[in-house]
Design a protein around this ligand. Sequence first.
Ligand code: NAP
Length: 525
Amino acid sequence: MALAFSSTSAPRFLPMRLPKVCLALGGDTIGDTIEDMLAIAESMARDNPFIEFRLDYLKQPLAALSKIHRFLETHQYVTAIATCRRSDNGGKFKGSLASQLEVLTKARASGCQLVDLELQSALKSKPEAIARLRGRAGLILSFHDFRATHNLDQTLEKMLKIPADFYKVVSTATTLSDNVAMMKFLQAQSGKHALIGLCMGEQGIISRVLSVRAGSVFTFGAVSADLKTAPGQISARDLRSIYRIEQVDAATRIYGVAGDPIERSLSPVIMNTALRRENVNAVYLPLHAKSLKDLIHCVREIPLHGLSITMPYKQAILPHLDNTDAHTAKIGACNTVVRGQEGKLYGFNTDIAGVIRPLEQRLTIENAKVLVLGAGGAARAAVFGLKERGAEVWILNRTSVKAQKLARQAKARTIKRADLRKIAFDVIINATPVGMGNTRDCPLKDPEIQARVVFDMVYDPVETHLLQVARAKGIAVIPGVEMFVQQAARQFEIWTGKPAPANDMLRAVTIALQERAAALKQPKA
Ligand code: NAP
């Protein structure tokens, strides 16, 4: 995608000619020398032919330009933005306004086709100086609000007084609803002006994908999850491979997983894999909802087609739904929301499918003797689902009154730990978090583990201590990832009406868990 340029006149950029992801190069962690920056540019340029050089992160921006020139001469397919944001305006450059303009002008002469100048610097500059700069380069006039998202229209109005090729408005999201404000702004204004817009911050993550859908010319991607130039930035690789940003358009359906915390959720990996595999024009995003009110507002305002609901909102969402299926009502928890065409919200619980499907592949559930450990939300899904299919179910829980209550509701039985060895179970299911994380904890002692199948709902780590003990005893095991995949597969089917590619989903989540485990073992630098 070579964009021809000469050093005397600026090419006027057609927004559609630019890639949708600009790799943001800079940041304290990648080093402060041009050699560090160019080493990364060199290794990533093939996949990321649109690069922003954050010159303000370099110790000597002016001195670096000859090296950038050489790089761009040998990488003619790269389109480059030069940014040298002043420290007063949220950047790192400590020099004067005149020095900033000098760096940007020389950056253009060094081959950067676009330059980014903040509104504050532009307002302090003479119009002729800006016109001179724009005469040579494509000008991105930018404004960053590092605290909040407000007055977007007024900000743009102020910016439009200065002629530029692109207007970049970046705010900070402190709620999910701030993303809604940014989307509405982009939708209303992007038909009239070439805009780049997004919200920074962890709660702004969805805007980094959805802004492109709402009309932003492009978005910014980080070098990696650890090497970001702005809070909440997603890596360029994930923007492409997980969120398929190049394909996102106005027709792209939006799905998401909502919870708090949400950062470590593997649902985006598994669900986007399924959407890509089945060629569904949709994207699935992590929604960090710090309050239910914010979540509900966002659901009403963003055209979301469906949501996965996770902790702590599985129960709390119920009063906000227009209707639920019978399972959700019985279990008292909803993990799947569908938004009907008329905007109504319907709740489902797919954890039952997550329990039943892996078991059905191993044995006949009818009349099977099943021990369920735990009496929380996941245990409730298991107990009701198993009872519905004719299994005999015993419940053992740390707090026995909760086990008794569930047993009464589901017409199951409770059992005391001391009596475990009196019954030969077909299946033991662990529906407690015991064994989760980097631990060797096990919910039962070795002699208590007597069954044909042991099913651990815990999926991180993939192979829990309980599963290791069971396997060593020759017992068939079902790891929690199978439940994770099957409950997600059922969600996918509800949302799209298509069979879910469960094998691809299992592969994707297993690789993600292995990568996570490997990262944990890496010594910290
Ligand atoms: P929950 O509603 O909080 O219930 C937790 C249950 O575990 C309660 O019965 C609790 O007993 C018991 N428990 C907690 N800590 C314990 C301990 N140290 N020793 C003994 N019992 C303990 O949680 P949930 O939503 O049911 O989830 C339970 C587990 O299933 C979690 O690990 C979750 O990650 C997993 N899960 C997996 C999937 C999947 O797709 N694989 C899906 C859903 C859930 P008390 O009543 O005494 O507090």
